[in-house]
Design a protein. Structure first.
Length: 70
């Protein structure tokens, strides 16, 4: 089952901490919604260090969804 995390309106390091928390809980499939480039870069880097494949999707309104899969 894929866990969804909405980090819109949050600045780093909050989105990275939320992703780390989900990974620590054993989640191996995450969809992360975000609205800024810094979060996108930092979450991507953190997830890849944990062995996840990251696939970005550009959404309307300046939003981005990252699919993180183990």
């Amino acid at each position: 089952m894929t866990k969804e995390i909405d980090t819109c309106g949050l600045s780093c390091p909050q989105p990275v901490l939320m992703v780390h928390e989900a990974i620590a809980a054993g989640v191996d499939s995450l969809d992360v919604l975000m609205d800024n480039e810094a979060s996108r870069e930092n979450v991507t880097r953190a997830a890849e260090k944990k062995g996840f494949t990251v696939t970005p999707f550009e959404l309307d309104g300046g939003l981005c969804r990252l699919e993180l899969r183990k």
